[in-house]
Design a protein around this ligand. Structure first.
Ligand code: FE
Length: 194
């Protein structure tokens, strides 16, 4: 289905549900705002910042992501089982949903358009390095690339490597700098000159 026809179908569905009294438009706007702004990738960034600062939390997050995030009661559900995979000098992780667009909404917000694109979904599995290059992400040849295929049951988040120099930043500053794409694994955070 093309993006345009998907949009038309969504609009048709929405007006039908509103007409039948099953849904009101204000509620839809509330949900969109929640995902785009409030839930967004802020929750994921907070988890990453906390993991970088707190070795015990990092260990919990990597051992059992679902249990580690339970304490935050993130809104938006959709994370039955969260698996957090850690990037290191040896391994770089990338997340995809080859089947559709499963994504950890509660911690990363709405998936970006390209995440749902069949081209990304099929290609990142076959040639992850080429796809990462398209994102401007160049990995050392010796670094292993692992691709994680999400499903309705298991959602993944990447724990990015903390760039040099970020040790001095506060958790709040870190949250602002940790990008959504770095938690999907298509971007490597780099120390940016101010
Ligand atoms: Fe999916």
């Amino acid at each position: 289905m093309s993006e345009k026809s998907a949009a038309i179908r969504a609009e048709a569905l929405e007006s039908l549900l509103v007409e039948k009294g099953l849904l009101d438009t204000a509620r839809i706007d509330d949900v969109l705002t929640l995902y785009n702004e409030r839930v967004g990738p802020m929750n994921g960034a907070m988890l990453v910042a906390k993991a970088w600062r707190d070795a015990h939390f990092k260990q919990q997050l990597l051992a059992d992501g679902t249990a580690a995030i339970a304490q935050f009661s993130f809104e938006g559900g959709q994370v039955d089982k969260l698996v957090v995979v850690e990037n290191t000098a040896e391994v770089h992780n990338v997340v995809v949903c080859t089947l559709c667009s499963c994504y950890p909404w509660a911690i990363l917000g709405l998936p970006p358009k390209w995440y749902k694109d069949p081209a990304y979904r099929s290609r990142v599995v076959r040639e992850p390095r080429a796809v990462l290059t398209d994102f401007g992400t160049h990995l050392p040849a010796e670094q292993e690339v692992r691709v994680w295929d999400s499903s309705a049951e298991v959602r993944y988040m990447v724990l990015p490597v903390q760039p040099k120099g970020w040790e001095t930043l506060s958790e709040g500053e870190l949250v602002n700098k940790i990008t959504r794409d770095s938690m999907i694994g298509v971007e490597v955070l780099a120390e940016v000159a101010e």
